[in-house]
Design a binder for this molecule. Structure first.
Ligand SMILES: NC(=O)c1ccc[n+]([C@@H]2O[C@H](COP(=O)([O-])OP(=O)(O)OC[C@H]3O[C@@H](n4cnc5c(N)ncnc54)[C@H](OP(=O)(O)O)[C@@H]3O)[C@@H](O)[C@H]2O)c1
Length: 212
């Protein structure tokens, strides 16, 4: 049996199912209460993983905000970046925490990041997870975007899936997480009303089966 970290997916979408605006424009969907929940989740993680487009469009710091929750240490920030397109001035490269970038490009250097060059096979989610487990990562939070989340779902490597649905609408043409053509039933395992939205827990196993 191949060991892997526990994988928690967290994502926020609008009432009409979008996780970003047109051309990937970042939209603020979370409420203050949700933000505290997300940082509390982060504080319990060994690492947080995102795709390169999320770094480019959102420029997240991916750290625990100590003004919001207590944290003794910061999670490792991991970026899946096949073509090594992370901007040199990205906030994850500000040196305030450890950053690891998985890429297939063996040229290029980025300050304040450990670049791990891997083959296409090694970049498969199952293999990355196994490598992360071997390096001591036991809890991994995946914070987007769509492409990366779908890879985890399709690989069947998701243990918890949190979806915050915010009290906002995003214009049609934005980025949709779920394919509305896909028929998925009975996947909600918990619902919690929150400030300016609702937090839904989805059954990752059922989700995987329904997606295929
Ligand atoms: N609402 C939310 O909660 C939330 C959270 C995060 C992000 N977002 C939104 O999501 C959007 C980005 O989503 P997205 O689907 O466009 O992109 P994404 O998932 O953030 O990133 C995709 C990128 O990751 C690379 N990648 C994917 N799998 C890889 C692998 N196994 N190994 C190496 N590289 C890999 C891809 O490389 P290749 O192109 O070379 O294949 C591509 O460049 C942003 O606009 C952001 O605003 C929303």
């Amino acid at each position: 049996m191949v060991l892997r970290p526990r994988v928690v997916i967290n994502v926020a979408q609008s009432l009409n199912g979008m996780i970003a605006g047109t051309s990937g424009r970042r939209v603020n969907i979370s409420s203050n209460e949700d933000l505290i929940r997300v940082h509390y989740l982060r504080a319990g993680m060994d690492a947080i993983l995102v795709g390169a487009n999320t770094v480019i469009n959102d420029d997240p710091k991916l750290l625990v905000d100590r003004n919001l929750v207590r944290a003794d240490r910061q999670p490792v920030r991991i970026v899946m970046d096949r073509k090594l397109k992370t901007p040199v001035d990205a906030r994850i490269l500000d040196g305030s925490g450890k950053t690891v970038i998985y890429t297939s490009r063996n040229t290029g250097n980025l300050e304040n990041a450990e670049i791990r060059v891997r083959s296409e096979t090694q970049l498969k989610i199952e293999n990355i997870l196994s490598e992360l487990y071997d390096s001591g990562i036991r809890n991994l939070m995946v914070e987007g975007g769509k492409e990366v989340i779908l890879e985890f779902v399709e690989a069947g490597c998701v243990d918890e899936f949190y979806l915050f649905i915010g009290n906002v609408l995003i214009e049609e043409g934005g980025l949709r997480l779920f394919n509305p053509q896909t028929e998925i039933k009975d996947i909600i395992i918990d619902v919690r009303p929150m400030e300016r939205g609702v937090l839904i827990s989805l059954d990752p196993h059922y989700l995987v089966r329904s997606w295929k």
